[in-house]
Ligand binder design. Structure first.
Ligand code: SF4
Ligand code: SF4
Length: 436
């Protein structure tokens, strides 16, 4: 695609990067067929190609964002299916990230929208605040139908509907500690315990620590690590995202210097996609660029790490059929497609792949709160495809998908690592006992 940026515009490294990406697009439109919002809404402006044109026009003309572009960029899930499909290697993720930051800097959203976004940014990344908010949600739940009738308040209704009725107790595994290997030691990793995940489903980190230590891997939960920054990053809050990234780069670099790390293990693929991008996000910061690139290179999804070490024979072969849902951040963001399925098969599960596996379930960070109508349609489509497999159980590798899919089906939805822990000698995951 031809571009007409001036030399002065290109002096801004963010614009120069956007221009490089834009020039790769050849307008072929292959990406439209796999874009969940285009498939759902049928509007070219809600397709990757349409959004690329809108972003190009805004940046080339040095314009502030307007309502039209905000509408169509807000509807983008950042699922990155378009990047998997694109034959020209267009890095849509970096382009839309830049567009979101530009929107945040140049567009004044309506008051309610601003308030809801500020609330999400101030609560979700902080486990103590998030836990308190979930407890408060039980008082607000009766008002959800009322909020759902007012367009601007629908995100509040979505939040209340999604809040679990009981919040699991905080897990000791989320606290900084070193968990020693219980078999002959063969590795040392840091574990990102995460923010929302550690509150919503602490069993995921507990299963990870049990499984890895049993396999001879020392697991460190480093002092000072926090939210990866993905939630605020996807809202265009660049400074907050970079602060979160720097904080984690410091925490993990200290750990590398203290005892060495073979990997930084991540159990939420949404976080993994962002941490693997820290090197890019902090490339312009001379104090952090090198350290961030090293951290990104060490970041591994838990299934990626498990696939890289020799596993023993499973302790039991559950023989259960499992519908495996590949999160967008897993398959499109990190291009991890084979390892989770191979590990589950090796552990004795009958892995079934739902149709339209490339389409997002509608979770996408805070998308199911901020765009509840589109997210609801995508969830119904995803659940229908999952249930059509006939499997009595769903496995996936991202807490957002677990919450989203779990809200639309009666099937138990568990994390892949919980099934692996079970097969290799751990306890049966909660809920799986109900499988016929
Ligand atoms: S990231 Fe997903 S929703 Fe956004 S344009 Fe690409 S395919 Fe469409
Ligand atoms: S598939 Fe790639 S090159 Fe073709 S329109 Fe989409 S982004 Fe552009």
């Amino acid at each position: 695609m031809q571009t007409t940026f001036s030399l002065a515009q290109l002096a801004d490294p963010h614009v120069a990067e956007a221009e490089k990406i834009l020039r790769k697009c050849v307008h072929c439109g292959f990406c439209t067929a796999t874009c969940p919002t285009y498939v759902t809404l049928g509007n070219e402006l809600d397709s990757p190609r349409g959004r690329i044109y809108l972003i190009k026009d805004m940046l080339e003309n040095g314009r502030p964002a307007d309502e039209e572009i905000v509408t169509h960029i807000d509807r983008c899930l950042s699922c990155l299916a378009c990047m998997t499909t694109c034959p020209s290697g267009v890095h849509y993720m970096h382009l839309v990230d830049h567009a979101r930051a530009h929107i945040q800097q140049t567009y004044r959203r309506p008051l309610i929208d601003r308030a809801i976004r500020a609330l999400l940014a101030q609560v979700l990344p902080y486990p103590a605040r998030f836990r308190a908010a979930l407890k408060l949600a039980s008082f607000g739940r009766p008002f959800a139908p009322l909020f759902a009738r007012v367009k601007g308040l629908r995100p509040l209704a979505a939040m209340l509907a999604m809040a679990p009725r009981s919040v699991p107790a905080a897990s000791p595994v989320s606290k900084p500690a070193t968990h020693a290997a219980t078999a002959q030691r063969r590795g040392r990793v840091a574990l990102l315990t995460g923010c929302a995940q550690s509150v919503l489903d602490p069993a995921i980190n507990e299963a990870t620590v049990r499984l890895l230590t049993r396999l001879g891997v020392e697991v460190v939960v480093p002092q000072g690590e926090g939210c990866c920054g993905a939630l605020v990053h996807h809202m265009g809050r660049e400074e907050a995202a970079l602060t979160a990234a720097r904080n984690n780069v410091d925490a993990w670099t200290r750990e590398v210097e203290r005892g060495g790390l073979d990997a930084i293990v991540i159990t939420a693929s949404g976080c993994g996609t962002t941490i693997k991008d820290y090197g890019f996000m902090l490339r312009l910061d001379p104090a952090y660029a090198g350290k961030a690139a090293r951290v990104s290179a060490l970041a591994k999804d838990v299934t990626e790490y498990l696939a890289s070490i020799q596993l023993p024979e499973p302790a039991l072969e559950p023989g259960l059929a499992v519908a495996y849902h590949s999160a967008c951040s897993m398959q499109h963001g990190q291009k991890i497609t084979r390892q989770p399925k191979d590990l589950l098969k090796r552990a004795g599960f009958d892995v079934r792949e739902p149709k339209e596996g490339h389409l997002c379930c509608g979770s996408a960070g805070t998308y199911n709160i901020l765009q509840p109508e589109i997210a609801g349609k995508l969830r119904s489509r995803k659940v229908a495809n999952i249930e059509a497999t006939g499997a009595p159980l769903v496995a996936t590798g991202n807490i957002g998908c677990m919450t989203q899919i779990g809200g639309g089906t009666r099937l138990p939805v568990v994390h892949t690592v919980e099934l692996l822990d079970w097969a290799y000698g751990g306890p049966r995951p909660e809920g799986v006992g109900a499988v016929p």
